[in-house]
Design a protein around this ligand. Structure first.
Ligand SMILES: [Zn+2]
Length: 279
């Protein structure tokens, strides 16, 4: 298994705060610094949300613009993926940053339960977000919280709502959504290969203690891996992760275990078919 493994670092998210782990970066300057350390440790994609001064989530395009600027300056070449997730805003607010033309954005294509609420992704909003991504040449990462989301991505690809072969992320271990179940994981993977071909790249994310589990499953099966404080603030039950970079280093060690080289940002861009960088 020699395909380089792309490591995505989800630095902040919408949920964890400094009360959960003081290393969670919430200001733009903390986020840039944390991303830089994660980049040096081996991450080639940064998945980002932005926060207000009181740490509550926001979709403010102005904050996203400043974050993109800082990352482009300090981590040249790194792939920037912005979240259009539903915890940071409602309706079209969720796509207000897409005109900034990040390399990628997350795209949920269906609804499911979250720990304390319904994660609402109504069809009209999904269609609109996908159309905005086409307009601004932003590559979506399909967040598959359920099997139906993988098939929906296939339908959108056939309809031309998604330009390239969908890049699907299996998200497992969100309370009240799909648990980290190995049989389901294997079926997800078989479904991606059936719909999009045996060589289609894919990735996986696990929440909490499942982060390490999904890293292991994805890396051993030739997929790409996500880590970071958004999904998990601990190294183990008793130890908080010191930083996003510490979590990236843990994922790098799994790559070594399975003899997967860690993708450089150049390799990651090639694997994902991203538009070349504008200088
Ligand atoms: Zn996110």
């Amino acid at each position: 298994m020699t395909t380089p493994c792309i490591i995505c670092v989800a630095i902040t998210g919408s949920v964890p705060t400094k009360a959960d782990n003081p290393a969670v970066p919430t200001t733009i300057s903390e986020q840039v610094e944390s991303t830089h350390a994660a980049f040096e440790a081996g991450a080639s994609i940064v998945h980002a949300h932005v926060r207000n001064d009181d740490q509550t989530p926001t979709s403010d395009p102005e904050k996203f613009a400043r974050l993109m600027e800082g990352i482009a300056e300090h981590c040249p070449g790194m792939i920037i993926q912005l979240s259009t997730g539903g915890r940071s805003g409602a309706g079209p607010e969720r796509g207000g940053m897409l005109p900034l033309r990040p390399d990628m954005a997350s795209l949920a294509v269906g609804s499911n339960n979250f720990p304390t609420r319904v994660y609402e992704n109504p069809p009209a909003l999904v269609d609109w977000l996908a159309a905005e991504m086409l307009t601004h040449d932003v590559k979506p990462e399909i967040e598959a919280f359920d099997l139906s989301h993988i098939l929906k991505a296939g339908e959108m690809y056939r309809n031309g709502q998604i330009r390239d072969t969908p890049y699907v992320q299996f998200v497992m271990g969100v309370k009240n959504a799909m648990p980290a179940d190995r049989h389901v994981f294997d079926f997800y993977l078989a479904t991606v290969r059936r719909l999009f071909g045996p060589d289609a790249p894919w990735c996986a994310a696990g929440i909490g203690a499942n982060q390490a589990v999904l890293n292991d499953w994805a890396i051993s099966q030739g997929g790409h891996a996500r880590t970071g404080l958004e999904d998990n603030v601990r190294l183990d039950r008793d130890t908080l992760a010191a930083s996003n970079a510490a979590l990236v280093r843990r994922t790098v060690a799994v790559c070594e275990q399975y003899s997967r080289p860690v993708a450089t940002w150049q390799q990651a861009r090639e694997i994902l078919g991203l538009r070349p960088q504008t200088a």
